[in-house]
Design a protein around this ligand. Structure first.
Ligand code: PMV
Length: 329
């Protein structure tokens, strides 16, 4: 029964939903400071949420994350708050007898948006189970609140790209009178599908650490950091045009330039630089770290015929996991 007294139509005994990982193609970090960025969903790897009727109050089981708990017993857990918000959105009682099972193929703290994907899968599953309509903007807002609980000051790009499920341009709009307007989110045109190879350093790096270091640097030397953010924004604007034109010869060097600027921000690492160098030597058109940095993944732009060679070079340079994906197909 919903709070308003109407009967909740629980259509199926079990409901499954999923959400993709994501890659930031260009513009990370600067995007926190109101510069634009480009992100794409990575549909090959996903987080999954399954809801089944339970015996007692709602429980969450995430064996991959070594996590089994009842949100009622851990009200401060970020997932408990997300579930509370979502159930409030659906109008379903908070102590509904449900069992929520989570699994994910997305490595955590690796720059691939694992937290946003898990949260998105949860919201989608709860809404589908309770037959509640959900727009991408509503989904994105629920997941953004969850990201804020986890990371403090997320730009919102992860929840946006995962919720919209397509390549996007994302830009935060500065607050006026203390209220932040919604971000500018636009689907981007991909003139020709592009081929990316992703290499995982295997180094887990929680987002808030490099984000906090950049904030400290920016507070100490705002003009220097703002100039780097502006250069990154220049790469993003040009990269969007190159994607629309299907011009990978232009796009590649822009990605590599973005990596050099991220190095200047101090968010790369020896492992990431090794993979980026290996990709270049193996013939990538461009390569950069992706996500918050200090670990996690990098991406290389290539042509389909070079994919295997670049993947092999990344493995040889220490990547613990390599995958390739086509964007815009
Ligand atoms: O590492 P991830 O996937 O959480 O990406 C972080 C992207 C940043 O721009 C560094 C932070 C943000 O909130 O946009």
């Amino acid at each position: 029964m919903r709070r308003d007294g109407t009967i909740t139509p629980l259509l199926s005994p079990m409901t499954h939903a999923s959400a993709p990982a994501k890659l930031i193609l260009c513009g990370e970090h600067a995007v926190v400071y109101h510069r634009p960025a480009l992100a794409v969903p990575l549909n090959e790897i996903r987080a999954h949420a399954t809801i089944a009727p339970g015996r007692g109050p709602l429980t969450i089981e995430a064996r991959d994350l070594n996590m089994v708990f009842a949100p009622a017993d851990a009200p401060d857990h970020p997932l408990s708050a997300l579930i509370r918000d979502t159930l409030r959105f659906t109008g379903v009682e908070e102590n509904a007898p449900l069992r929520l099972t989570l699994t994910s193929d997305i490595p955590i703290a690796s720059g691939m948006g694992s937290g946003a994907a898990i949260a998105t899968a949860i919201v989608r599953a709860l809404c589908a189970h309770t037959n509640t309509a959900l727009s991408p903007a509503e989904l994105s807002a629920l997941v953004y609140a969850s990201e804020q609980r986890l990371h403090g000051t997320p730009s919102g790009i992860d929840n946006a790209v995962v919720a919209f499920g397509q390549p996007i341009w994302f830009c935060r709009i500065p607050a006026t009178n203390g209220t932040a307007p919604p971000p500018d989110i636009q689907p981007i045109l991909i003139g020709q599908p592009i081929q990316l190879v992703v290499g995982d350093t295997g180094v887990r790096s929680p987002t808030h650490a490099p984000v906090g270091a950049v904030r400290q640097g920016w507070q100490a030397a705002p003009a220097h950091y703002n100039a780097i953010f502006d250069d990154i924004a220049g790469c993003v604007v040009a990269a969007r045009q190159a994607l629309a034109d299907g011009d990978i010869a232009v796009l590649g060097p822009l990605l590599s330039r973005n990596h050099a600027l991220l190095q200047q921000l101090g968010v790369s690492s020896p492992e990431l630089d090794r993979l980026v160098d290996a990709a270049h030597h193996a013939g990538a058109l461009g390569a950069k770290l992706s996500g918050a940095g200090w670990g996690g993944v990098m991406l290389a732009l290539t042509t389909p015929d070079r994919t295997d060679d670049i993947g092999a070079a990344l493995r040889q340079a220490g990547a613990v996991r390599v995958l390739s994906t086509q964007v815009g197909s």
